[in-house]
Design a protein around this ligand. Sequence first.
Ligand SMILES: *Cc1c(COP(=O)(O)O)cnc(C)c1O
Length: 400
Amino acid sequence: MIFISATLISVCIDTKNFLKGLHMNVPFLDLKAINQICREQLIQEMTDVLDSGWYIQGERLKRFEDEFSAYTGARYSVGVANGLDALTLTIRAWKELGKLKDYDEVIVPANTYIATLLAITENNLKPVLVEPNEYTYNLSPKNIEFALTDKTRLIMPVHLYGQLADMPAINVIAKRENLLVLEDSAQAHGAQVSGKSAGNWGDASGFSFYPGKNLGALGDAGAITSSDTELVNMIQALRNYGSHEKYKNLVQGVNSRLDEIQAAILSVKLKYLQTQTDARRRVATIYMAGIKNSLIKLPLDTTIDVMSYRSHVWHLFVIRSKEREKLQQHLAASGVQTLIHYPIPPHQQQAYAGADFYNKSFPVTERIHREVLSLPMSPVMTDAEVHHVVEACNSFSVDA
Ligand SMILES: *Cc1c(COP(=O)(O)O)cnc(C)c1O
């Protein structure tokens, strides 16, 4: 994605549409601007890696793993190639350790990004899709209860859009039923409830550092966090051909390593994460106070299940509207770029045409997928941009 600077675009549009008054283009996410903040440090780190002559499984990976586990509060973190591998290798490790086996059932929210399901099916386990809580978009503890069978072995809560799932309640069920919990924390770096962070609630947690995530590399990267020594040892072997010791292979592993250069970049960017999360919260606060339109439903628009302010790190700011297509067009005409996360739910994806959940009815999930729209959200938005989005939302009407 290439974004020309907002000023440049507004100059072009102003000359073209000068009669329409003030124009501004607000990109959905200006990644280039985010990475410019620490440009000099990134260049220094990349140069150091270049000059070190050591590019894989070195001290920069070790340093980042230590910093990231400390950040989440878990005892360990293991860097891998991407977020999908973080989830897939954790399940694979539990299989190698005899804690999971083929066809075991895994409870997962039906409205998640497809990666969560791919990690399950890649390991030949069975996803059991459950409807989310319609207000938080996260796994509903009540619906978990309905989905339990004697084959259930694992729960995979997804902290969707940056908000922690109801982990206290989920952990109570898991403990009672003797189930494993794997958090999909790909969108929730730093989200907390009761002082405990995403990545430190489940038996293990998978993170993505895809460039657009709240903590993003300059390429693909991911990590697992866990406090389970046995599990972590197995994942460390699996990511490196099944080997701890060179040329000695315990299990049939894969190659899923986090490069030194990406680890060094992530160490730099981790230092900025808290400030950037605060900046995202500021944008969210302005949206929440400013957007007033009966055709638009704001997030957390309910008194049920609203958790603390810190529970949300606003990876995405997702509104809902029954008039979503018209709203998206209206916003685009006002220079506001929006995206849909996600247009097609996993149970309607061609990839799962053979699955037992394919095309089954999930009315809550389907309604969410029909109505959601993600507004621009990033730590580098200017106040003028945020207010422009608010005004564009407020000026939307169906008969306009
Ligand atoms: C991004 C994402 C993933 C996958 O991460 P990658 O690094 O792209 O492989 C998994 N789950 C969720 C919820 C995500 O948003």
